[in-house]
Design a protein around this ligand. Structure first.
Ligand code: GDP
Ligand code: MG
Length: 830
């Protein structure tokens, strides 16, 4: 509070200037005039004085009763006063008491005391105010430093403190006004409006006593919270405003990915606090950046809360458990994929089977390519996947959709085993799917089924007659010869495989194909694996959901149900799912929607995380210019190892080669680690952790470099080696020999020839040379000839004489030196 003049202060206090001057004098404060400045210290001193003198005065006048009203605890004093008057019944009664009996003299005395009290209260309020402000300031400073978990709580605290301050200020002013008002009125007109005056007096008295926890009933009713607080706190502000400061420990649930903002919200702290905490951990993040679960957990723990990792697929597991089709199992048709080298007849075979077995039976004969079809033979149903080749097969498998039961390997009998034949064999073997070989084009004269059979044997495809398990069927996709035999063989193979599924319950299956068609919306071909898909079923397929509005079979005919191994075209999804996505019937469309949206969110987050890295990556490349970077993703079994690795690996950075740790965390290698590695061209350092099956596939597919370690130093050595590879090799000139020119003569053959003595090392015919004169290089080039006596030689050693002709240079003089050197490439290591 700034200094004021005595007159201003008196005005504020609503006391006559003279009285204030007198009081100041009594307090021993030197004041020249009413216009003199009054410092805060002076005010405090005055207050102390008034307190002392007041106490002193109050003591002997104890018996005077009425005075006490203003000086003591209102309840007691009120009661005493009332008792003295014999009128008191309740606290509220005292109001009337005062109005009726107090005489002018007493009132005058009261008014004077009241005035002093006003001063005092005023001073106290001011002191309290200052204390509050100081405390608030201190708190604020402290807050800035403090960890953020307290932030929110403190905000609330501050808010209440602010309210309290306001309230205190308001009350002080109100009281001062009321008191002055009351005193004046009491003096001038004792009787009228005394109720009001008394009421104020009551409140005044209460306030006067600093320690009261009481409140007037009127006030209580209105604002019980504030009233209570101010009653306690206003007079002794500093103490009154203390709030419990124990940190609030929260349990924060962390999903697979969470943005910085979301995480901050969950901990009830500011985003900047989270970012700060991340920075302390060496992670630079923006407010909207998604964090992986591991990082988020660390942040949460760092900030003093406990983290609860949400099982990322809790929702999914629930779905799987609820998924139907677990009832009694019965035989189901085999699902067949046709593979083989290009032009060996895959399409022809599929077409032949389709037209022979489906179209023939259908009135219109219209067949659609919906991704799969099934044929009914006298011995059973067979389902063919309509996209031949192993690309589709593999991509399905990579997505975890194992739908093929049997592979038909088409090999043209007139051609034999070709590269894609071998690939197909490898894929089928990798997937552990049995094969049936279709030796195609046997209608051709050039067909040599036996030769082809032998070629296949060499690749591990052993026919039954050779003791193997593979059925070979010679056929012609053109004429149809042997096709029935193939179908029979497939059913035979299916029997051996004992393919079974429940036809009861909600359907579960795989999306084979999907697209958005004009006028039809999302169209998905679905292969039911178990259970039965019905019209109207709520379905979830990958990230899409919906309800089966219509179903069609491969002939375009509307159907109302589809059992195991039966492909159907389904209408009614919100969007086109991806081929290979699992689909399932769920309890309600709402549930389907919930899961689909969850998956979409997850996908978006992962995509976002990838994009972020890409941008970062580009940025670092731009920024670095010539600096080479080794990007690393570190996964370790424990946080300590991850940190140790990160630190030591980052320390390997030099101005030329930088080690950039894209991410480091705890736990096994996940698919998202792999995609991160792909996106950022990083290699993965796995310390005592391994990749799960899905990420192993991803690693293989994406060609991500991964190294497994169990000793930190080995990891460091390897990275160092990798860095050495990145260091540009240094090319140095190594002087291998020096020859002194003794004489120069002309040769008809070589022009000028220098007769030299090799002083050091050796001179080699093919090494580059420099001509030095007075130790200065005057020519750089190669040798035209190196001779010893009449012979051309390749090398002349130190201490030997020789004739040297320098190519394209004819100014060698006696006394020059010819320096012979080698370019040595030195691989640098760190
Ligand atoms: P894909 O590349 O494996 O799908 O092979 P296609 O089915 O497109 O067949 C390639 C070529 O071989 C086509 O010209 C077919 O007509 C022909 N072709 C396929 N199967 C036979 C067959 O059994 N006999 C004869 N002569 N030609 C066939
Ligand atoms: Mg084809």
């Amino acid at each position: 509070m700034s200094d004021v003049t005595v007159a201003q202060f008196a005005e504020v206090l609503k006391v006559p200037v003279e009285r204030l001057l007198k009081q100041l004098e009594e307090a021993g404060i030197q004041v020249v005039s009413a216009d003199a400045q009054l410092s805060d210290e002076a005010k405090t001193e005055l207050l102390t004085h008034l307190r002392r003198s007041h106490g002193h005065v109050a003591e002997p006048t104890q018996a005077a009763g009425p005075r006490k009203i203003t000086l003591q605890r209102k309840t007691q004093s009120e009661l005493k006063v009332s008792a003295a008057q014999g009128r008191a019944r309740t606290v509220s009664v005292e109001v009337r008491t005062k109005r009726t009996y107090i005489n002018r003299g007493v009132l005058e005395e009261q008014a004077r005391v009241a005035q002093e009290e006003i001063d005092k209260v005023r001073e106290q309020e001011e002191a309290a105010q200052r204390a509050i402000e100081e405390a608030a300031q201190r708190k604020a400073d402290e807050e800035a430093r403090k960890r953020s978990e307290e932030d929110n709580r403190r905000r609330t605290e501050e808010e209440s403190r602010r309210l309290i301050e306001e309230e205190a200020r308001r009350q002080a002013e109100q009281r001062a006004r009321d008191e002055a008002d009351r005193s004046r009125k009491a003096v001038e007109r004792p009787a009228p409006r005394a109720i009001e005056a008394e009421d104020k007096s009551t409140r005044y008295g209460r306030q006067e006593l600093h320690v009261s926890s009481d409140v007037s009933s009127r006030y209580k009713k209105k604002k019980p919270q504030r009233g209570r607080r101010s009653g306690q706190q206003a007079p002794e502000g500093r103490h009154g405003f203390e709030m419990p400061t124990a940190p609030v420990k929260r349990e924060v649930s962390i999903p697979e990915t969470i943005t910085v903002a979301e995480l901050a919200q969950k901990m009830a702290v500011k985003g900047s606090e989270v970012i700060k905490s991340l920075m302390n951990m060496g992670v630079m993040a923006t407010i909207n950046q998604p964090l992986d679960q591991d990082t988020a957990v660390l942040v949460v723990e760092e900030m003093g809360h406990s983290a609860k990792t949400l099982r990322e697929n809790a929702l999914e597991e629930e779905l799987q458990n609820a998924a139907g089709g677990h009832g009694e199992v019965t035989m189901r048709p085999p699902v067949v994929t046709i593979m083989g080298h290009v032009d060996h007849g895959k399409t022809s075979l599929l077409d032949y089977i389709r037209s022979a077995k489906i179209a023939a039976g259908e009135a219109g004969g219209i067949t659609q390519h919906i991704g799969a079809y099934h044929v009914t033979t006298p011995r059973g149903i067979i389902t063919f996947i309509d996209t031949p080749g192993h690309a589709a097969f593999t991509s399905m498998r990579a997505r975890g959709a194992k739908i093929t039961d049997i592979v038909v390997l088409v090999v043209a009998a007139d051609d034999g085993v070709m590269p894609q034949t071998i690939e197909a064999i490898e894929h089928a073997k990798a997937a552990e799917v049995p094969m049936v070989v279709a030796l195609n084009k046997i209608d051709k004269n050039e067909a040599e089924p036996e030769r082809v059979k032998n070629e296949l044997v060499k690749h591990g495809v052993i026919p039954e007659e050779y003791g193997g398990e593979v059925i070979f069927v010679p056929l012609s996709a053109k004429t149809g010869d042997g096709v029935d035999k193939l179908l029979e063989s497939l059913l035979l193979q299916a029997e051996v495989l004992e393919l079974k599924a429940s036809i009861q319950g909600q359907a579960v299956g795989v999306v084979l194909e999907a697209s958005i068609e004009k006028g039809r919306g999302a169209v998905a071909t679905i292969l039911v694996k178990r259970g039965t898909l019905k019209l109207g079923d709520p379905i979830l397929a990958g990230q899409e959901y919906g309800r089966v509005r219509a179903m069609f079979d491969e002939t375009g005919k509307a159907v109302d149900s589809a059992g195991p191994s039966i492909p159907v075209q389904v209408l009614g999804l919100t969007g086109a799912p991806l081929a290979g996505d699992e689909f399932l019937v769920v309890e309600s469309e709402r549930k389907a929607r919930e899961v689909a949206l969850y998956r979409q969110g997850k996908f978006r987050d992962v995509k976002l995380a990838r994009n972020t890295t890409k941008i970062e990556d580009a940025f670092s490349q731009m920024e670095d210019g010539k600096t080479q970077t080794v990007q690393l993703i570190i996964k370790a079994d424990v946080q300590g190892s991850a940190e140790a690795l990160r630190d030591s690996l980052q320390k390997l950075s030099t101005s030329e080669v930088a080690v950039k740790v894209i991410s480091s965390g705890v736990g096994g290698i996940t698919e998202s680690d792999v995609s991160l590695a792909v996106a950022s061209k990083a290699r993965i350092i796995a310390f005592n952790v391994r990749a799960d099956a899905a990420s192993r596939n991803a690693l293989k597919e994406q060609g991500v470099a991964i190294q497994y370690y169990s000793i930190i130093y080995e990891a460091i050595d390897d990275v160092r080696a990798a860095l050495s590879g990145l260091l540009a090799p240094e090319v140095r000139d190594q002087i291998v020999g020096l020859a002194q020119v003794r004489d120069v003569f002309s040769s008809s053959k070589f022009g000028q020839v220098a007769g030299c003595l090799v002083m050091e090392g050796h001179v080699k015919r093919n090494n580059p040379i420099r001509v030095l004169r007075d130790n200065v290089v005057i020519f750089e080039g190669a040798l035209e000839s190196l001779r010893r006596f009449k012979d051309d030689v390749n090398e002349v050693r130190a201490g030997t004489e020789c004739g040297i002709a320098v190519k394209d240079y004819n100014d060698v003089r006696a006394g020059d030196q010819i320096e012979c050197y080698e370019r040595v490439v030195i691989t640098r290591t760190l």
